[in-house]
Design a protein around this ligand. Structure first.
Ligand code: TAP
Length: 454
Protein backbone atom coordinates (compact mmCIF):
# COMPACT_ATOMS: atom_id res chain seq x y z
CA UNK A 1 0.00 0.00 0.00
CA UNK A 2 1.46 3.39 -0.88
CA UNK A 3 1.35 6.21 1.66
CA UNK A 4 1.91 9.94 1.83
CA UNK A 5 3.68 11.66 4.72
CA UNK A 6 1.95 14.83 5.91
CA UNK A 7 4.47 17.39 7.18
CA UNK A 8 3.81 20.35 9.44
CA UNK A 9 4.91 23.29 7.26
CA UNK A 10 5.78 25.37 10.33
CA UNK A 11 8.10 22.75 11.86
CA UNK A 12 8.88 20.30 9.02
CA UNK A 13 7.95 17.49 11.47
CA UNK A 14 5.82 14.52 10.40
CA UNK A 15 2.17 14.94 11.42
CA UNK A 16 0.72 11.73 9.97
CA UNK A 17 1.15 9.06 7.36
CA UNK A 18 -1.90 8.67 5.17
CA UNK A 19 -2.66 5.79 2.79
CA UNK A 20 -2.79 6.84 -0.84
CA UNK A 21 -5.64 5.11 -2.68
CA UNK A 22 -5.05 3.06 -5.83
CA UNK A 23 -7.17 2.96 -8.97
CA UNK A 24 -8.81 -0.24 -7.65
CA UNK A 25 -9.69 1.50 -4.38
CA UNK A 26 -11.11 4.43 -6.33
CA UNK A 27 -13.24 2.00 -8.32
CA UNK A 28 -14.45 0.37 -5.10
CA UNK A 29 -15.44 3.79 -3.71
CA UNK A 30 -17.28 4.60 -6.93
CA UNK A 31 -19.12 1.26 -6.65
CA UNK A 32 -20.15 2.11 -3.06
CA UNK A 33 -21.37 5.54 -4.20
CA UNK A 34 -23.32 3.90 -7.04
CA UNK A 35 -24.95 1.52 -4.54
CA UNK A 36 -25.90 4.45 -2.28
CA UNK A 37 -27.19 6.65 -5.09
CA UNK A 38 -30.81 5.51 -5.36
CA UNK A 39 -31.30 5.40 -1.59
CA UNK A 40 -29.96 8.94 -1.08
CA UNK A 41 -32.07 10.32 -3.88
CA UNK A 42 -35.15 8.79 -2.30
CA UNK A 43 -34.55 10.13 1.21
CA UNK A 44 -37.49 12.47 1.87
CA UNK A 45 -36.48 16.14 1.43
CA UNK A 46 -37.13 17.01 5.08
CA UNK A 47 -35.09 14.06 6.25
CA UNK A 48 -32.19 14.90 3.92
CA UNK A 49 -32.30 18.44 5.30
CA UNK A 50 -32.23 17.10 8.88
CA UNK A 51 -29.23 14.90 8.06
CA UNK A 52 -27.33 17.90 6.65
CA UNK A 53 -28.13 19.89 9.78
CA UNK A 54 -26.92 16.98 11.94
CA UNK A 55 -23.73 16.90 9.86
CA UNK A 56 -23.32 20.67 10.41
CA UNK A 57 -23.85 20.19 14.16
CA UNK A 58 -21.19 17.46 14.23
CA UNK A 59 -18.72 19.81 12.51
CA UNK A 60 -19.69 22.57 14.94
CA UNK A 61 -18.94 20.29 17.90
CA UNK A 62 -15.44 19.62 16.50
CA UNK A 63 -14.34 23.11 15.42
CA UNK A 64 -11.32 23.10 17.75
CA UNK A 65 -10.20 19.64 16.67
CA UNK A 66 -10.56 20.48 12.98
CA UNK A 67 -8.77 23.82 13.44
CA UNK A 68 -5.93 22.05 15.25
CA UNK A 69 -5.56 19.58 12.37
CA UNK A 70 -5.41 22.45 9.86
CA UNK A 71 -2.83 24.31 11.91
CA UNK A 72 -0.64 21.19 11.95
CA UNK A 73 -1.22 20.10 8.36
CA UNK A 74 -1.47 23.41 6.48
CA UNK A 75 0.17 25.96 8.78
CA UNK A 76 -2.94 28.14 8.84
CA UNK A 77 -3.12 30.55 11.79
CA UNK A 78 -5.44 29.03 14.37
CA UNK A 79 -7.99 31.88 14.23
CA UNK A 80 -8.22 31.47 10.47
CA UNK A 81 -8.45 27.68 10.77
CA UNK A 82 -11.38 28.02 13.22
CA UNK A 83 -13.10 30.30 10.71
CA UNK A 84 -12.53 27.71 7.98
CA UNK A 85 -14.09 24.88 10.05
CA UNK A 86 -16.99 27.21 10.90
CA UNK A 87 -17.41 27.92 7.20
CA UNK A 88 -17.99 24.18 6.55
CA UNK A 89 -20.69 24.18 9.25
CA UNK A 90 -22.31 27.34 7.85
CA UNK A 91 -22.30 26.09 4.26
CA UNK A 92 -23.88 22.79 5.35
CA UNK A 93 -26.57 24.72 7.24
CA UNK A 94 -27.19 27.06 4.30
CA UNK A 95 -27.70 24.16 1.86
CA UNK A 96 -29.70 22.12 4.38
CA UNK A 97 -32.55 24.48 3.45
CA UNK A 98 -32.31 23.39 -0.18
CA UNK A 99 -33.82 19.88 -0.34
CA UNK A 100 -37.27 21.23 0.55
CA UNK A 101 -36.94 24.07 -1.95
CA UNK A 102 -35.76 22.22 -5.07
CA UNK A 103 -38.83 23.36 -6.94
CA UNK A 104 -39.50 22.78 -10.60
CA UNK A 105 -41.84 24.79 -12.81
CA UNK A 106 -45.29 24.36 -14.28
CA UNK A 107 -45.27 25.79 -17.82
CA UNK A 108 -48.48 26.60 -19.72
CA UNK A 109 -48.87 24.40 -22.82
CA UNK A 110 -51.92 23.45 -24.91
CA UNK A 111 -53.37 19.97 -24.53
CA UNK A 112 -51.91 19.12 -21.18
CA UNK A 113 -49.63 20.02 -18.34
CA UNK A 114 -45.91 20.64 -18.56
CA UNK A 115 -43.81 20.32 -15.42
CA UNK A 116 -40.09 20.36 -14.76
CA UNK A 117 -38.15 18.49 -12.08
CA UNK A 118 -34.66 19.12 -10.72
CA UNK A 119 -33.10 15.68 -10.75
CA UNK A 120 -29.80 14.89 -9.01
CA UNK A 121 -26.98 14.71 -11.52
CA UNK A 122 -25.46 11.50 -10.08
CA UNK A 123 -22.12 10.68 -8.44
CA UNK A 124 -20.04 13.82 -7.91
CA UNK A 125 -16.22 13.70 -7.87
CA UNK A 126 -14.80 16.58 -5.87
CA UNK A 127 -11.09 17.36 -6.32
CA UNK A 128 -9.78 19.73 -3.65
CA UNK A 129 -6.50 21.72 -3.53
CA UNK A 130 -4.23 22.22 -0.51
CA UNK A 131 -4.71 25.93 0.02
CA UNK A 132 -8.18 25.91 1.65
CA UNK A 133 -8.80 22.23 2.41
CA UNK A 134 -11.94 22.74 4.51
CA UNK A 135 -13.92 25.54 2.83
CA UNK A 136 -13.40 24.23 -0.70
CA UNK A 137 -14.50 20.77 0.43
CA UNK A 138 -17.64 22.22 2.02
CA UNK A 139 -18.53 24.38 -0.98
CA UNK A 140 -18.77 21.26 -3.14
CA UNK A 141 -20.08 18.69 -0.68
CA UNK A 142 -22.97 20.66 0.82
CA UNK A 143 -24.91 21.62 -2.35
CA UNK A 144 -24.09 18.27 -4.02
CA UNK A 145 -25.54 16.29 -1.08
CA UNK A 146 -28.47 18.67 -0.72
CA UNK A 147 -29.40 18.06 -4.35
CA UNK A 148 -29.45 14.30 -3.73
CA UNK A 149 -26.06 13.22 -5.09
CA UNK A 150 -23.44 10.94 -3.54
CA UNK A 151 -20.00 12.58 -3.32
CA UNK A 152 -16.46 11.23 -3.45
CA UNK A 153 -13.94 13.86 -2.33
CA UNK A 154 -10.25 13.64 -3.13
CA UNK A 155 -8.31 15.98 -0.86
CA UNK A 156 -4.87 17.26 -1.84
CA UNK A 157 -2.09 14.84 -0.84
CA UNK A 158 -0.45 17.40 1.44
CA UNK A 159 -3.59 18.33 3.36
CA UNK A 160 -5.97 15.36 3.71
CA UNK A 161 -6.48 15.32 7.50
CA UNK A 162 -9.42 17.67 7.92
CA UNK A 163 -11.27 16.13 4.97
CA UNK A 164 -10.79 12.63 6.43
CA UNK A 165 -12.15 13.82 9.79
CA UNK A 166 -15.10 15.61 8.19
CA UNK A 167 -15.91 12.37 6.32
CA UNK A 168 -15.99 10.51 9.66
CA UNK A 169 -18.22 13.21 11.18
CA UNK A 170 -20.68 12.79 8.31
CA UNK A 171 -21.06 9.10 9.17
CA UNK A 172 -21.35 9.86 12.89
CA UNK A 173 -24.10 12.36 12.05
CA UNK A 174 -26.08 9.60 10.34
CA UNK A 175 -25.37 10.04 6.63
CA UNK A 176 -25.82 6.62 5.01
CA UNK A 177 -22.69 4.63 4.03
CA UNK A 178 -21.38 5.52 0.59
CA UNK A 179 -23.15 8.89 0.38
CA UNK A 180 -20.06 10.93 1.27
CA UNK A 181 -16.64 9.31 0.97
CA UNK A 182 -13.21 10.90 1.35
CA UNK A 183 -10.51 9.19 -0.68
CA UNK A 184 -6.98 10.50 -0.15
CA UNK A 185 -4.63 9.79 -3.02
CA UNK A 186 -2.70 11.26 -5.88
CA UNK A 187 -4.38 13.56 -8.35
CA UNK A 188 -2.90 11.58 -11.22
CA UNK A 189 -4.41 8.35 -9.80
CA UNK A 190 -7.60 9.01 -7.80
CA UNK A 191 -8.41 12.41 -9.34
CA UNK A 192 -7.86 11.07 -12.83
CA UNK A 193 -10.02 8.00 -12.12
CA UNK A 194 -12.91 10.19 -10.99
CA UNK A 195 -12.59 12.08 -14.28
CA UNK A 196 -12.36 8.89 -16.38
CA UNK A 197 -14.95 6.67 -14.70
CA UNK A 198 -18.30 6.68 -16.52
CA UNK A 199 -20.34 6.31 -13.32
CA UNK A 200 -19.06 9.67 -12.07
CA UNK A 201 -21.38 12.21 -13.65
CA UNK A 202 -19.93 15.48 -12.45
CA UNK A 203 -16.51 16.81 -11.47
CA UNK A 204 -15.95 19.82 -9.24
CA UNK A 205 -12.31 20.83 -9.44
CA UNK A 206 -10.46 23.63 -7.67
CA UNK A 207 -6.78 24.06 -8.38
CA UNK A 208 -4.34 25.24 -10.99
CA UNK A 209 -5.42 26.35 -14.43
CA UNK A 210 -3.08 23.78 -16.06
CA UNK A 211 -4.63 20.80 -14.26
CA UNK A 212 -8.09 22.33 -14.79
CA UNK A 213 -7.48 22.35 -18.55
CA UNK A 214 -6.51 18.64 -18.49
CA UNK A 215 -9.61 17.82 -16.46
CA UNK A 216 -11.82 19.74 -18.86
CA UNK A 217 -10.37 17.73 -21.76
CA UNK A 218 -10.94 14.50 -19.80
CA UNK A 219 -14.53 15.40 -18.99
CA UNK A 220 -15.18 16.28 -22.65
CA UNK A 221 -14.75 12.60 -23.60
CA UNK A 222 -17.95 11.72 -21.72
CA UNK A 223 -19.59 15.15 -21.86
CA UNK A 224 -19.24 15.02 -18.08
CA UNK A 225 -20.58 17.99 -16.12
CA UNK A 226 -17.82 20.18 -14.74
CA UNK A 227 -17.28 23.11 -12.41
CA UNK A 228 -13.79 24.66 -12.43
CA UNK A 229 -12.38 27.13 -9.91
CA UNK A 230 -8.87 27.99 -11.08
CA UNK A 231 -6.14 30.59 -10.63
CA UNK A 232 -6.20 34.35 -10.38
CA UNK A 233 -4.09 37.49 -10.68
CA UNK A 234 -6.42 40.05 -9.26
CA UNK A 235 -6.05 43.81 -9.14
CA UNK A 236 -6.64 46.08 -6.18
CA UNK A 237 -7.37 49.43 -7.88
CA UNK A 238 -6.86 52.52 -5.70
CA UNK A 239 -8.08 55.85 -7.09
CA UNK A 240 -6.73 59.18 -5.85
CA UNK A 241 -10.05 60.08 -4.17
CA UNK A 242 -10.15 56.86 -2.09
CA UNK A 243 -9.83 56.49 1.66
CA UNK A 244 -6.10 55.79 1.26
CA UNK A 245 -5.60 54.90 4.92
CA UNK A 246 -8.19 52.11 4.75
CA UNK A 247 -7.05 50.94 1.34
CA UNK A 248 -3.45 50.67 2.57
CA UNK A 249 -4.39 49.16 5.93
CA UNK A 250 -6.37 46.32 4.28
CA UNK A 251 -4.10 45.72 1.25
CA UNK A 252 -1.86 43.31 3.21
CA UNK A 253 -4.83 41.08 4.13
CA UNK A 254 -6.02 41.21 0.52
CA UNK A 255 -2.61 40.07 -0.75
CA UNK A 256 -1.11 38.01 2.10
CA UNK A 257 -4.12 36.19 3.55
CA UNK A 258 -3.19 32.49 3.81
CA UNK A 259 0.40 33.59 3.02
CA UNK A 260 -0.81 34.67 -0.42
CA UNK A 261 -1.83 31.09 -1.26
CA UNK A 262 -5.23 32.35 -2.21
CA UNK A 263 -6.71 32.37 -5.69
CA UNK A 264 -8.46 35.66 -4.81
CA UNK A 265 -5.22 37.36 -3.68
CA UNK A 266 -5.14 40.96 -4.88
CA UNK A 267 -1.50 40.57 -5.87
CA UNK A 268 -1.37 43.59 -8.18
CA UNK A 269 -2.04 46.93 -6.51
CA UNK A 270 -2.75 49.60 -9.12
CA UNK A 271 -2.55 53.10 -7.64
CA UNK A 272 -3.42 56.39 -9.34
CA UNK A 273 -0.17 58.23 -10.00
CA UNK A 274 -0.84 61.34 -7.88
CA UNK A 275 -1.23 59.27 -4.69
CA UNK A 276 1.25 56.48 -5.55
CA UNK A 277 4.05 57.64 -3.21
CA UNK A 278 1.63 58.44 -0.41
CA UNK A 279 0.03 54.99 -0.73
CA UNK A 280 3.44 53.27 -0.50
CA UNK A 281 4.24 55.30 2.63
CA UNK A 282 0.99 54.10 4.22
CA UNK A 283 1.45 50.52 3.02
CA UNK A 284 4.94 50.06 4.47
CA UNK A 285 4.00 50.08 8.19
CA UNK A 286 0.94 47.90 7.48
CA UNK A 287 3.11 45.26 5.78
CA UNK A 288 5.77 45.40 8.49
CA UNK A 289 3.06 44.94 11.14
CA UNK A 290 1.80 41.60 9.73
CA UNK A 291 2.42 39.07 12.52
CA UNK A 292 4.19 36.16 10.78
CA UNK A 293 5.02 33.13 12.91
CA UNK A 294 3.83 30.08 14.82
CA UNK A 295 0.35 29.37 13.43
CA UNK A 296 -0.75 27.87 16.77
CA UNK A 297 -0.49 31.31 18.43
CA UNK A 298 -3.73 33.27 18.65
CA UNK A 299 -2.09 36.53 17.53
CA UNK A 300 -0.43 35.12 14.39
CA UNK A 301 -1.78 36.56 11.16
CA UNK A 302 0.36 34.73 8.59
CA UNK A 303 1.88 31.25 8.72
CA UNK A 304 4.37 29.44 6.49
CA UNK A 305 4.03 28.37 2.88
CA UNK A 306 2.82 24.82 2.28
CA UNK A 307 6.11 23.17 1.29
CA UNK A 308 9.79 23.65 0.56
CA UNK A 309 9.16 23.27 -3.21
CA UNK A 310 6.44 25.87 -3.10
CA UNK A 311 8.67 28.28 -1.18
CA UNK A 312 11.34 27.84 -3.88
CA UNK A 313 8.74 28.55 -6.53
CA UNK A 314 7.61 31.74 -4.76
CA UNK A 315 11.20 32.87 -4.09
CA UNK A 316 12.02 32.52 -7.80
CA UNK A 317 9.69 35.47 -8.44
CA UNK A 318 11.97 37.65 -6.29
CA UNK A 319 15.49 36.98 -7.61
CA UNK A 320 18.56 38.91 -6.46
CA UNK A 321 18.22 42.47 -7.70
CA UNK A 322 14.40 42.33 -7.75
CA UNK A 323 12.80 45.71 -7.02
CA UNK A 324 11.86 44.99 -3.38
CA UNK A 325 10.42 48.22 -1.94
CA UNK A 326 10.01 46.78 1.57
CA UNK A 327 9.26 43.53 3.36
CA UNK A 328 7.71 42.21 6.52
CA UNK A 329 9.32 39.65 8.76
CA UNK A 330 9.53 35.85 8.82
CA UNK A 331 10.95 33.48 11.46
CA UNK A 332 14.33 31.77 11.05
CA UNK A 333 14.81 28.06 11.57
CA UNK A 334 12.62 25.17 10.48
CA UNK A 335 9.46 25.85 8.51
CA UNK A 336 8.71 27.05 4.99
CA UNK A 337 8.73 30.77 5.80
CA UNK A 338 8.64 33.62 3.35
CA UNK A 339 8.20 37.27 4.39
CA UNK A 340 5.43 39.51 3.03
CA UNK A 341 7.17 41.24 0.13
CA UNK A 342 6.26 44.39 -1.79
CA UNK A 343 7.72 44.98 -5.24
CA UNK A 344 7.79 48.54 -6.60
CA UNK A 345 8.40 49.84 -9.16
CA UNK A 346 8.00 46.77 -11.39
CA UNK A 347 8.12 46.34 -15.14
CA UNK A 348 4.78 45.27 -16.58
CA UNK A 349 6.44 42.18 -18.08
CA UNK A 350 7.98 41.10 -14.76
CA UNK A 351 6.74 37.52 -14.07
CA UNK A 352 5.85 38.61 -10.51
CA UNK A 353 3.42 41.14 -12.02
CA UNK A 354 2.10 38.88 -14.79
CA UNK A 355 1.88 35.38 -13.27
CA UNK A 356 0.05 33.95 -10.29
CA UNK A 357 2.74 33.78 -7.56
CA UNK A 358 0.51 32.06 -4.97
CA UNK A 359 2.69 33.45 -2.19
CA UNK A 360 3.08 36.67 -0.17
CA UNK A 361 4.44 38.84 -2.98
CA UNK A 362 2.57 41.89 -4.23
CA UNK A 363 3.49 44.38 -6.97
CA UNK A 364 2.45 48.04 -6.71
CA UNK A 365 2.24 49.98 -9.98
CA UNK A 366 0.95 53.45 -10.90
CA UNK A 367 -1.79 54.27 -13.42
CA UNK A 368 -2.91 57.57 -14.93
CA UNK A 369 -6.69 57.42 -15.31
CA UNK A 370 -9.77 55.20 -15.10
CA UNK A 371 -9.44 53.82 -18.63
CA UNK A 372 -5.86 52.79 -18.02
CA UNK A 373 -6.71 51.21 -14.66
CA UNK A 374 -9.40 49.05 -16.27
CA UNK A 375 -7.12 48.10 -19.17
CA UNK A 376 -4.32 47.11 -16.79
CA UNK A 377 -6.66 45.13 -14.51
CA UNK A 378 -7.98 43.23 -17.55
CA UNK A 379 -4.55 42.58 -19.08
CA UNK A 380 -4.38 39.01 -17.75
CA UNK A 381 -5.82 35.65 -18.82
CA UNK A 382 -7.38 35.35 -15.35
CA UNK A 383 -10.59 36.90 -14.04
CA UNK A 384 -11.40 35.82 -10.51
CA UNK A 385 -11.45 38.70 -8.09
CA UNK A 386 -10.39 42.29 -7.38
CA UNK A 387 -11.15 45.48 -5.48
CA UNK A 388 -11.91 49.08 -6.35
CA UNK A 389 -11.24 51.94 -3.92
CA UNK A 390 -12.92 55.28 -4.67
CA UNK A 391 -15.42 57.68 -3.07
CA UNK A 392 -17.10 58.27 -6.45
CA UNK A 393 -20.11 55.91 -6.55
CA UNK A 394 -20.55 56.18 -10.31
CA UNK A 395 -16.92 55.33 -10.92
CA UNK A 396 -17.07 52.44 -8.43
CA UNK A 397 -19.92 50.86 -10.38
CA UNK A 398 -18.44 51.66 -13.82
CA UNK A 399 -15.08 50.14 -12.94
CA UNK A 400 -16.57 47.14 -11.12
CA UNK A 401 -18.65 46.40 -14.25
CA UNK A 402 -15.70 46.93 -16.62
CA UNK A 403 -13.22 44.70 -14.79
CA UNK A 404 -13.65 41.20 -16.22
CA UNK A 405 -13.73 39.13 -13.04
CA UNK A 406 -16.34 37.13 -11.16
CA UNK A 407 -16.05 38.65 -7.66
CA UNK A 408 -15.24 42.24 -6.82
CA UNK A 409 -15.33 44.35 -3.71
CA UNK A 410 -15.73 48.12 -3.58
CA UNK A 411 -14.06 49.88 -0.65
CA UNK A 412 -13.48 46.48 0.96
CA UNK A 413 -10.79 43.85 0.64
CA UNK A 414 -13.07 40.85 0.56
CA UNK A 415 -15.87 39.60 -1.68
CA UNK A 416 -16.41 35.95 -0.65
CA UNK A 417 -19.54 35.00 1.29
CA UNK A 418 -21.16 31.58 1.25
CA UNK A 419 -24.56 32.98 0.32
CA UNK A 420 -23.29 34.92 -2.73
CA UNK A 421 -21.96 33.40 -5.98
CA UNK A 422 -18.26 32.67 -6.36
CA UNK A 423 -16.34 31.84 -9.53
CA UNK A 424 -14.24 33.17 -12.36
CA UNK A 425 -14.34 34.81 -15.77
CA UNK A 426 -11.86 33.85 -18.52
CA UNK A 427 -9.26 31.24 -17.47
CA UNK A 428 -10.18 31.51 -13.78
CA UNK A 429 -12.93 28.95 -14.14
CA UNK A 430 -16.25 27.71 -15.31
CA UNK A 431 -19.54 27.85 -13.41
CA UNK A 432 -20.29 29.27 -9.99
CA UNK A 433 -20.16 27.88 -6.47
CA UNK A 434 -21.95 29.11 -3.34
CA UNK A 435 -25.10 31.21 -3.21
CA UNK A 436 -28.62 30.15 -4.17
CA UNK A 437 -27.80 29.13 -7.76
CA UNK A 438 -25.10 26.57 -6.89
CA UNK A 439 -27.79 23.87 -6.77
CA UNK A 440 -28.15 24.20 -10.56
CA UNK A 441 -24.65 22.77 -10.91
CA UNK A 442 -25.74 19.56 -9.16
CA UNK A 443 -29.11 18.99 -10.81
CA UNK A 444 -30.40 18.27 -14.30
CA UNK A 445 -33.67 19.86 -15.38
CA UNK A 446 -36.17 17.27 -16.56
CA UNK A 447 -39.14 18.39 -18.62
CA UNK A 448 -42.32 16.26 -18.62
CA UNK A 449 -45.42 16.85 -20.74
CA UNK A 450 -48.61 15.14 -19.53
CA UNK A 451 -51.46 15.06 -22.03
CA UNK A 452 -54.86 15.81 -20.53
CA UNK A 453 -57.03 15.59 -23.64
CA UNK A 454 -59.34 12.63 -23.97
P1 TAP B 1 -3.25 21.49 -8.50
O1 TAP B 1 -1.92 20.92 -8.68
O2 TAP B 1 -4.01 21.88 -9.70
O3 TAP B 1 -4.05 20.39 -7.62
C1 TAP B 1 -5.38 20.54 -7.22
C2 TAP B 1 -5.97 19.18 -6.97
O4 TAP B 1 -6.03 18.45 -8.20
C3 TAP B 1 -5.15 18.31 -6.00
O5 TAP B 1 -6.05 17.53 -5.23
C4 TAP B 1 -4.34 17.45 -6.97
O6 TAP B 1 -3.90 16.24 -6.40
C5 TAP B 1 -5.37 17.20 -8.05
N1 TAP B 1 -4.81 16.78 -9.34
C6 TAP B 1 -3.55 16.99 -9.81
N2 TAP B 1 -3.43 16.44 -11.03
C7 TAP B 1 -4.62 15.86 -11.34
C8 TAP B 1 -5.11 15.12 -12.46
N3 TAP B 1 -4.35 14.86 -13.54
N4 TAP B 1 -6.39 14.69 -12.45
C9 TAP B 1 -7.18 14.96 -11.40
N5 TAP B 1 -6.78 15.63 -10.29
C10 TAP B 1 -5.51 16.09 -10.27
O7 TAP B 1 -3.28 22.79 -7.61
P2 TAP B 1 -2.69 23.01 -6.17
O8 TAP B 1 -1.21 23.09 -6.31
O9 TAP B 1 -3.26 22.02 -5.26
O10 TAP B 1 -3.31 24.45 -5.79
C11 TAP B 1 -2.75 25.64 -6.20
C12 TAP B 1 -3.44 26.20 -7.43
O11 TAP B 1 -4.85 26.08 -7.35
C13 TAP B 1 -3.18 27.66 -7.63
O12 TAP B 1 -2.83 27.92 -8.95
C14 TAP B 1 -4.50 28.35 -7.30
O13 TAP B 1 -4.80 29.51 -7.95
C15 TAP B 1 -5.50 27.33 -7.62
N6 TAP B 1 -6.64 27.48 -6.73
C16 TAP B 1 -7.74 28.08 -7.20
C17 TAP B 1 -8.82 28.25 -6.38
C18 TAP B 1 -10.06 28.89 -6.87
S1 TAP B 1 -11.26 28.95 -5.88
N7 TAP B 1 -10.21 29.36 -8.05
C19 TAP B 1 -8.78 27.81 -5.07
C20 TAP B 1 -7.64 27.19 -4.63
C21 TAP B 1 -6.57 27.02 -5.50
P3 TAP B 1 -2.45 16.15 -5.68
O14 TAP B 1 -2.71 16.42 -4.28
O15 TAP B 1 -1.99 14.76 -5.91
O16 TAP B 1 -1.56 17.15 -6.34
Amino acid sequence: MSTFTVLNPATEQTVATVPSASVEEADAAIARAAAARAGWREVAPGERAALLRAFADAVDAHIEELAGLEVACSGHPVGQARWEAGNVRDVLRYYSAAPERLCGKQIPVPGGVDVTFKEPVGIVGLIVPWNFPMPILGWGVAPALAAGNPVIAKPAERTPLTAIRIGELALEAGLPEGVFQVLPGKGSVVGQRLVDHEAVRKIVFTGSTDVGRQIMAGCARQVKRLTLELGGKSANIVFADADLERAAATAPVAAFDNAGQDCCARSRILVQREVYQRFLELLEPAVKAVAVGDPAREDTEMGPLISAEHRDRVAAYVPDGAPVAFRGSAPDGPGYWYPPTVLAPVRLDDPAYVEEVFGPVVAVVPFEDEAQAVAMANDTPYGLSGSVWTRDVGRAIRVARAVETGNLSVNSHSSVRYWTPFGGFKQSGLGRELGPDALDAFTETKNVFIATEE
